[in-house]
Design a protein around this ligand. Structure first.
Ligand SMILES: Nc1ncnc2c1ncn2[C@@H]1O[C@H](COP(=O)(O)OP(=O)(O)OP(=O)(O)O)[C@@H](O)[C@H]1O
Ligand SMILES: [Mg+2]
Length: 238
């Protein structure tokens, strides 16, 4: 069983906004086979642009801006789900704010039963990074990375972080084939590679995963299939 974070970087080009939903949906449809999976979509270009524009960190008389963000990411999810349905899968969108609450950005409550229930009934649950209630901040952002780790730990699943890069890159931009979580915790080259903090945050979340974590390029045909076949086409964090 896999929890697949369909990264915003896979779905959209963060610099230009160009969407790659069709390619990613096609890869998923062709490669998932009978593997049970939960999909968590990232915010990507649309979400990150709006969150930055409105400075969305907490609730402060900015309900309309939060609603705009929610609506924009919902639309991306809808178009992705439409593609999956057309490819013959059985995606079933579930709402992350109905399943999680937060305390200052950390998960304070999570109900995984609903996700497990839909999985067991043969659906492909789909969620996206979202804005659950936060007892300190009113609402705040729950990243797809953090949600993916929590859900995978609950289900006993491995995680695939699908991005637009072939894996975790070293200082010379070469893919690190395999690295233990203990070693990954010591990596210190982020400031060179990662202005947005995207990959550094992802690795920090991945360290909390109980199972294996794969980082692959979800736009490239074949990488997900290789993971499902028990291979390691990108980076394996163990
Ligand atoms: N050492 C590194 N190895 C791999 N990618 C890196 C590294 N440093 C920085 N990056 C960048 O991190 C990005 C992935 O993080 P990012 O948060 O942008 O993607 P995502 O999580 O898929 O998107 P979203 O947050 O919208 O879901 C890659 O596109 C890459 O450009
Ligand atoms: Mg990210």
């Amino acid at each position: 069983m896999l929890v697949i974070k369909v990264g915003g970087s896979a779905l959209s080009d963060k610099a230009t906004g160009k969407m790659h939903t069709r390619q990613v949906a096609s890869n998923l449809a062709k490669e998932l086979g009978n593997e049970k999976a939960v999909l968590i979509l990232g915010a990507g270009f649309v979400g990150h642009t709006l969150a930055k524009k409105y400075g969305l960190r907490r609730l402060s008389n900015n309900q309309k801006e939060w609603a705009l963000l929610k609506h924009a990411v919902d639309k991306v999810e809808n178009s992705f789900v439409e593609l999956l349905v057309n490819y013959g899968l059985a995606p079933f969108p579930l709402s992350l704010p109905s399943l999680f609450t937060l305390h200052n950005g950390s998960i304070s409550w999570f109900n995984g039963k609903i996700i497990r229930g839909y999985l067991e009934k043969g659906f492909l649950p789909v969620l996206h990074s979202d804005a659950p209630l936060d007892v300190k901040l009113g609402v705040s952002i729950l990243s797809g990375d953090k949600a993916a780790v929590e859900i995978a730990n609950y289900l006993g699943a491995d995680i695939v972080f699908g991005t637009d890069v072939d894996g975790l890159l070293d200082k010379n931009r070469k893919v690190i084939k395999a690295i233990s979580k203990a070693e990954a915790a010591k990596l210190d080259f982020w400031k060179v590679n990662d202005v947005s903090g995207g990959m550094e945050n992802k690795i920090n979340e991945a360290l909390k995963a109980k199972g294996k974590v794969y980082i692959i390029n979800l736009r490239k045909p074949g990488m997900l299939k290789a993971v499902i076949a028990g291979k390691n086409p990108g980076t394996l964090l163990f």
